[in-house]
Design a binder for this molecule. Structure first.
Ligand code: SF4
Length: 374
């Protein structure tokens, strides 16, 4: 038996005994695989489980999701992060209903025409729901294949990427790809995790990395993308009745569709960020959003949040007026809708990001009387 055959059959035997029992693995529909795979991107299984259950209860079918309002979709997603995934699900559901009559295509190439479905998700849907012998290569699968077959180099490009795909296709072609794909995922999440525990691994007998002492060296680390260092000001604008202004980000932007206190960018990757943050901002706010003479202040509160490519620091500005409507410029490139709401009601009534949750916590500590003039 050659290494590929041995790898596929040993993994499958191991999986049938040891595979994780997860709600999206029990004869799933393509819709269930799609929802679970999008939730699992960048998010741990244990975090996804309650979200998945709530989602399926509220949107049990692609038709139910397609007919839902995006604000409800985002609200149900709130807390999972990377909100583009929720938008992709909603847009994709509409497309599947409109173009495919509500029935998922079973061809991975056709699935990839749906926005937000890449090679991995297409492979997962084809293998897990349609029992096709297609690979589904995620980070765990990459690590197991790279170590077992000894594939080195940057697996995101060039020859190493090609070799990875060729190997994964050969493994899948042995049949039962749903089992072998999930086996690699489970093995990569257990004994073949970042720190390998080879003594417990069913593949140890023929593993290249173990044999050559390369378990720490493989897979070759990918170059980390540089992070943008961005500073923003965020405005807690209150009316005398205590209600705050919140605004909804335009759908095409980062965190699109979510609600927040309005923000403006102060600087990005600046070597002078500290002094730029101290510059007066009432003119910036006037141009961007509102003109409230003599009522601008800044707090000394800064909130930091790290996205995949951005390290963001948000400084909280405050302003107060009898009623803000006459002061607002609503023709805004960042926001498409505005509302007034009491601070305590925001988390339960609006879809908001984790960053906004941090900002609300900070805002609750502010004594409006004690903030400094801008
Ligand atoms: S033997 Fe070790 S390195 Fe090889 S696949 Fe198993 S856990 Fe990973």
């Amino acid at each position: 038996m050659n290494d590929t055959e041995w790898f596929a059959s040993t993994l499958r035997d191991w999986f049938l005994q040891n595979g994780r029992k997860l709600p999206w693995r029990d004869q799933p529909s393509p819709y269930e695989v799609w929802v679970s795979e999008l939730m699992l991107q960048q998010t741990q299984v244990v975090t996804v489980l309650p979200y998945y259950a709530r989602w399926l209860e509220r949107f049990p079918s692609v038709q139910a999701l397609a007919s839902a309002d995006i604000s409800e979709v985002l609200q149900l997603w709130a807390g999972l992060g990377y909100y583009r995934r929720a938008r992709f699900l909603h847009e994709g559901a509409k497309l599947i209903v409109d173009r495919y009559g509500g029935t998922f295509p079973d061809d991975p190439e056709e699935l990839k025409k749906i926005r937000g479905i890449g090679s991995y998700t297409a492979g997962a849907i084809a293998a897990f729901a349609f029992h096709k012998d297609t690979p589904a290569i995620d980070g765990n699968v990459e690590r197991v294949i790279s170590r077992f077959f000894g594939i080195d180099g940057d697996l995101s490009r060039g020859e190493p990427l090609k070799l990875l795909h060729q190997t994964a296709h050969k493994v899948a072609a042995h049949g039962h790809a749903a089992d072998t794909n999930q086996a690699m995922m489970d093995l990569g999440a257990s004994c073949c995790a970042k720190i390998a525990r080879c003594a417990a691994c069913p593949l140890a007998e023929r593993c290249f990395a173990l044999k050559h002492g390369l378990t720490e060296a493989l897979p070759t680390p990918k170059a980390a993308p540089a992070k943008t260092d961005e500073y923003r000001a965020c405005l807690l604008l209150r009316q005398d009745d205590g209600r705050c202004l919140i605004a909804r980000r335009r759908s095409e932007l980062l965190l699109g569709g979510l609600w927040e206190f309005p923000m403006i960018t102060i600087c990005k990757n600046s070597t002078n960020a500290a002094s730029e943050c101290r510059l007066p901002r009432h003119l910036l706010w006037k141009n961007a959003l509102a003109d409230i003479p003599n009522h601008w202040n800044t707090s000394n509160i800064q909130i930091t949040h790290v996205f995949t490519h951005i390290k963001m620091t948000v400084i909280l500005d405050t302003a107060q007026c009898a009623t803000f409507e006459p002061h607002l410029n609503l023709q805004n490139a960042t926001y498409d809708s505005f509302n007034s709401v009491s601070l305590k009601d925001i988390p339960s009534q609006y879809a908001i990001s984790t960053l906004m949750k941090k900002i609300i916590k900070a805002a609750q500590r502010i004594d409006m009387q004690k903030t400094l003039p801008l």
